[in-house]
Design a protein around this ligand. Structure first.
Ligand SMILES: NC(=O)c1ccc[n+]([C@@H]2O[C@H](COP(=O)([O-])OP(=O)(O)OC[C@H]3O[C@@H](n4cnc5c(N)ncnc54)[C@H](OP(=O)(O)O)[C@@H]3O)[C@@H](O)[C@H]2O)c1
Length: 237
């Protein structure tokens, strides 16, 4: 169990903020990240989203998020936004590589998390939630999961609360990674609780439940020890 240290919370302008936190979500416009952002602003928190394309077209709540259009591999473009942040949620990863463009599992699923975590630690961020994976998807290189595990190990002893939820497949509307037939299959399995539980740590999660669990891990005073298992994640939804 990790217990939150007492943060002195500060808003964008450096003013003390009572009763709310400042979350920075990398990949904040993505399938899971945007729902974490939406939930957080709904609860009254300050939220910054970082992604290359910036603000998504996802509803009026996006007006309440500060969007930074930046590549995480260019920290000079977004590091200033870490000032006053209580928790960073890292929600960047891929299932398909484009090696010619430098988009590899080693780099995106592994290195990006280490880079963002080091920046967060240096900025005095109190908690870092790294959305990781329970297993590698079928037909995908072993490097997918090796990069995850390498990053988990590399960030574990940093000077902040490091929280690592490991998810199996996450399904839902606009799911960008696997074919619609798989999305629907996961939805059926996920809706049948006992069947989903048979899949253990690799059980599918609805994106609403997954993002709620991530949100809870970002703001809760106490969180489970790492890795946060599917059973523990289910209990947060
Ligand atoms: N969905 C699942 O089934 C599942 C299961 C287990 C774990 N996960 C993990 O959960 C995390 C979030 O997944 P997701 O499904 O929400 O993925 P997603 O929809 O692809 O979102 C990732 C976001 O990251 C941003 N991004 C990518 N490269 C970036 C870069 N270099 N700099 C800044 N932003 C970058 C992208 O926005 P831009 O293109 O605008 O930059 C994208 O919106 C990932 O780590 C994923 O591997 C997902």
């Amino acid at each position: 169990m990790v217990t939150r240290r007492s943060p002195e919370r500060r808003g964008f302008a450096g003013n003390a903020v009572t009763g709310c936190m400042h979350l920075l979500v990398t990949g904040g416009n993505g399938f899971i990240g945007r729902r974490v952002c939406a939930r957080a602003v709904r609860e009254g928190h300050e939220v910054t989203g970082v992604s290359r394309s910036g603000r998504p077209e996802a509803g009026s709540w996006t007006e309440d998020v500060r969007w930074i259009a930046a590549d995480v591999f260019d920290p000079g473009a977004w590091r200033d936004a870490l000032s006053g942040v209580d928790c960073v949620v890292h929600s960047i990863g891929i299932i398909a590589e484009r090696p010619q463009a430098g988009v590899t599992f080693e780099r995106v699923n592994g290195d990006s998390a280490v880079l963002v975590a080091l920046e967060a630690e240096r900025a005095g961020v109190e908690r870092f939630v790294y959305i990781s994976s329970s297993t590698k998807p079928p037909l995908v290189r072993e490097a997918y999961i090796e990069a995850r595990r390498r990053a988990e190990t590399a960030i574990t002893d940093l000077e902040m609360d490091v929280v690592v939820p490991r998810f199996g497949p996450v399904y839902g509307p606009d799911q960008p990674h696997f074919p619609e037939i798989a999305n629907q299959l996961f939805a059926v399995v996920g809706a049948l609780g006992p069947l989903a539980r048979v899949m253990g740590e690799d059980r599918p999660f609805a994106v609403g439940a997954a993002s709620q669990a991530v949100y809870e891990l970002a703001v809760a005073d106490e969180v489970p020890s790492n890795p946060v298992t599917a059973t523990e994640l289910s209990a947060l939804t």
